[in-house]
Design a protein around this ligand. Structure first.
Ligand code: FRU
Length: 576
């Protein structure tokens, strides 16, 4: 299938067959004023190395799965970024000698269009209506989120491959929103350097100019993934739009292999910056006065929680109790994403409740080597890399997660883009029936504002409020005319809520996709309220009091148009 990823007039394009200079290398000459170079991708191919050169020097290096037999889609490369310079573009493919590389379909299909790149969403049936998605290409972890009260903008950066809808070429792409529902695509914020591609990290406004980059500079700390993983800085003096790499990078190195995803926050206990960093299967804490010089403080992890995978994307947050206004009770919570090792296979977010004294995090639960006591922030299969916004209004703790799972993220049937983030969720604290503190996960007020009018028939995207009788089991079925269905069960005897997506639609792209996920209810009640957020390829279920949340992707061949509830009642809202 041929797909173009952005609204650009291909009609005024020029065909541009490169010259083959040896069995593996082809060269194309272009000029920066030429516009956009469209590269044909075939996802089943290996990555070709592409170097952009000017004046005999390398300007950029990217990897693209250039099409050999057929074209899945095109990706744009903006030549115009290099002004009026003469460019040499060198393509290095890795085909066996027996393959006639001059027969690769990509050479005839490569185009240059003399347009500005206008990014618009495609109309893929699985494009979410109200979840944040990349316009095209690949997305994983949300990064560097901060709220800017001066402009009223929620900034969201994310791991992005602009040159394919599979993981690779990590950049920080950028979206902004005024309501956490409508997201505007912004230009790419941080591009790779010779130190490495740009892995996950965080941003904050440096209000006291501690780093010396300038008044209210937005400082991003991230992992440069090159020959090794190391922490680096870039700063923005235009409100988070464009970033300059700090000349003194890297700012923190180590000899271990998995050393990444810095979450940096202003610690009010010691009045300095603190970094939580994922290091193999623990979180290390570092402190700094100026964001550039970092001192090791402490580590947390051994013997706590789940260790069946690598720890990634940590976040240390102060979370308020749910007991109502005025109680002021709060605890420190350490979010730690882990892959693999999730409760239903692959990726998931665990957390620890405890205390932070400016130097050390102490978990209030005892150690548990077998992981049985692991606390999960979400009991679905598609909730990962969850971190929170800095500076959210009213001291709120607002979180967002990548709505996918490394088990099959690269295979999802949503071309020409892949991945979407969850709706925004507010985190607070509650005590479960066993007397344990847990994190309550509730749709943010902004997400609840999605509810439009109450309707009788299920639209293709909806919010559904269920009221379920706590004395009998409930069965909730979403179905379409193709016989595809998602079955949710409230089991009052076992005290669980489950979601079965084994017959939900397309599960063929990965043996790990078909699954039943189950959450303990944690608090026994006479009546249960459950809210479902249904979008074109996802279902997020929330306990009405935030006791548990469950996020799962689904790929029905046509939207579910029927809702059947046994053992309760449903109110269906269309999307405002
Ligand atoms: C988590 C992760 C991070 C890393 C990033 C790379 O999904 O593996 O640890 O920084 O993705 O894209």
């Amino acid at each position: 299938m041929m797909m173009c990823v952005a609204a650009v007039l291909v009609s005024c394009s020029t065909s541009t067959a490169p010259k083959h200079t040896c069995t593996q290398v082809s060269v194309l000459r272009a000029n920066g004023s030429d516009g956009v170079l469209w590269l044909p991708v075939q996802e089943s191919m290996g990555e070709a190395n592409i170097r952009i050169l000017a004046d005999n020097n390398q300007l950029e290096f990217i990897r693209v799965r250039l099409a050999k037999d057929s074209i899945d889609y095109f990706v744009p490369y903006e030549l115009s970024r290099w002004g009026g310079r003469d460019l040499v573009i060198e393509f290095r493919t890795w085909l066996p000698d027996t393959v006639r590389r001059d027969k690769m379909v990509c050479w005839e299909a490569i185009r240059i269009t003399n347009d500005e790149l206008k990014i618009t969403n495609d109309d893929s049936p699985y494009r979410s209506l109200y979840h944040q998605t990349p316009a095209y290409g690949w997305m994983n972890d949300p990064n560097g989120m901060y709220y800017d009260e001066a402009s009223g903008l929620w900034h969201l950066y994310y791991q992005h491959n602009p040159y394919g809808a599979m993981w690779g070429n990590m950049h920080w792409a950028h979206s902004t929103s005024r309501d956490l529902l409508h997201w505007e695509h912004q230009p790419i914020a941080i591009r790779p350097t010779a130190l490495g591609t740009i892995f996950s990290g965080s941003c904050d406004i440096d209000r006291n100019n501690t780093a010396g980059f300038g008044e209210n500079a937005v400082v991003a700390l991230f992992t440069s993934d090159g020959e090794s993983q190391k922490q680096a800085i870039a700063y923005s003096l235009d409100g988070g739009q464009t970033f300059t790499h700090y000349a003194g990078n890297p700012v923190l190195t180590d000899t271990i292999a998995d050393f990444r995803d810095p979450k940096v926050f202003r610690d009010t206990i010691t009045n300095r910056w603190v970094m939580a960093l994922a290091c193999q299967q623990e979180v290390r804490f570092y402190a700094s006065e100026n964001l550039k010089d970092w001192t090791y403080l402490s580590r947390f992890g051994e013997g706590y929680g789940c260790h069946d995978g690598v720890w990634e994307c940590p976040d240390l947050i102060k979370v308020q109790s749910d007991k109502g206004q005025g109680t002021k009770e709060s605890k420190w919570v350490l979010l730690v994403n882990i892959n693999p090792g999730g409760p239903f296979g692959g990726s998931a977010t665990q957390y620890f409740v405890g205390d932070w004294d400016g130097k050390e995090f102490k978990c209030e639960n005892s150690k548990c080597e077998n992981g049985q006591k692991t606390k999960w922030l979400d009991y679905g299969k598609d909730h990962y890399a969850t971190v929170t916004w800095h500076n959210a209004p009213d001291n709120r703790v607002v979180a967002i997660g990548w709505m996918s799972n490394w088990q099959y993220a690269n295979q999802l049937p949503t071309l020409p883009f892949r991945s979407q983030n969850t709706i925004a969720r507010d985190l607070s604290l509650y005590i479960d029936d066993a007397g344990e503190y847990r994190v309550a996960v509730k749709p943010s007020p902004e997400s609840m504002a999605l509810r439009g009018e109450v309707v009788n028939n299920l639209p293709d995207a909806a919010v559904v409020e269920l009221t379920l009788d706590g004395k009998q089991d409930a069965l909730i079925t979403l179905a379409n005319d193709k016989g595809e269905k998602v079955v949710m069960t409230l089991d009052v005897h076992r005290q669980t809520f489950s979601m079965d997506r084994t017959a939900a639609g397309d599960c063929s792209f990965s043996p790990d996709f078909a699954a039943v996920t189950t959450a303990p209810l944690f608090v026994k009640r006479d009546m249960y309220h459950v809210t479902l957020f249904i979008d074109h390829c996802s279902i997020e279920a929330f306990d009405g009091e935030g006791a548990w949340a469950m996020t799962n992707l689904v790929f029905p061949s046509e939207p579910y148009n029927r809702l059947d509830v046994q053992g309760g009642e449903a109110k269906i809202y269309n999307i405002r």
